[in-house]
Ligand binder design. Structure first.
Ligand code: PAN
Ligand code: ZN
Length: 193
């Protein structure tokens, strides 16, 4: 039952982003992202050459999936690139339509790209001290455009659910790539609305 959870608190190291306790840890390696980066050949080459490095991890205080409950945690996204595309999270729509999310930047620097199924697109910088509000119905992906680890705190409804399949099949409308040493947001040639 949703109200069976007891109140509690947990320490976070705001410098490193380390959460002192969590009940879920997910590690996402480059091979797991094969269907998400534009250049699959470059993913295969990097997986082989770099021995399938960790791209990101998230550490979560996960509650039972029930109306009114929230999950929160910290994501840490390593710096790196596949071809010219910066390391990024898979990105997803929340399966439930009425589920917003909040990100709070803790360290590093990057871009959160967001889109709707109706073709709207938005991007926001994320860095220490910046809060990004992701409304319901907006898919979201975080991209590390810096040279350090990017970390951010997040909180969302525990029954939101994650739809990764739509992004895996259709991609994101825009890609974040390095051009002339700087991040650039370009149209994704493979995007199918
Ligand atoms: C975040 C993300 C986390 C990893 O907690 O789940 O940053 O990204 P992917 O889930 O796209 O792999 C969040 O948005 N949760 O809803
Ligand atoms: Zn989310």
């Amino acid at each position: 039952m949703a109200n069976a959870t007891k109140p509690y608190s947990v320490a976070i190291d705001l410098g490193s982003g380390a959460l002192k306790s969590f009940n879920k840890k997910v590690e996402v390696k480059l091979r797991d992202l094969r269907g998400f980066f534009y250049d699959r050949g470059a993913v295969d080459a990097a997986v082989y050459g770099l021995k399938n490095p960790t791209v990101y991890e998230y550490f979560e205080n996960s509650q039972p999936s029930a109306r009114g409950q929230m999950n929160f945690g910290v994501t840490t996204l390593n710096p790196g690139k596949v071809g010219s595309e910066y390391y990024m999270t898979r990105g997803h729509y929340h399966a439930k339509k009425r589920a917003a999310e909040i990100y709070v930047g803790l360290g590093g620097k990057g871009i959160v790209v967001m889109q709707t199924k109706e073709g709207r697109f938005f991007h926001s910088p994320i860095s220490r001290g910046r809060i990004v509000y992701i409304p319901p119905l907006w898919a979201h992906r975080t991209v590390n455009t810096g040279e350090e680890k990017l970390s951010f705190f997040y909180a969302y409804a525990s029954d939101a659910g994650h739809d990764y399949g739509t992004i895996r099949r259709k991609g994101f409308a825009k890609l974040v790539v390095e051009k002339g040493g700087r991040p650039k947001i370009i149209d994704n040639p493979k995007y199918s609305p």
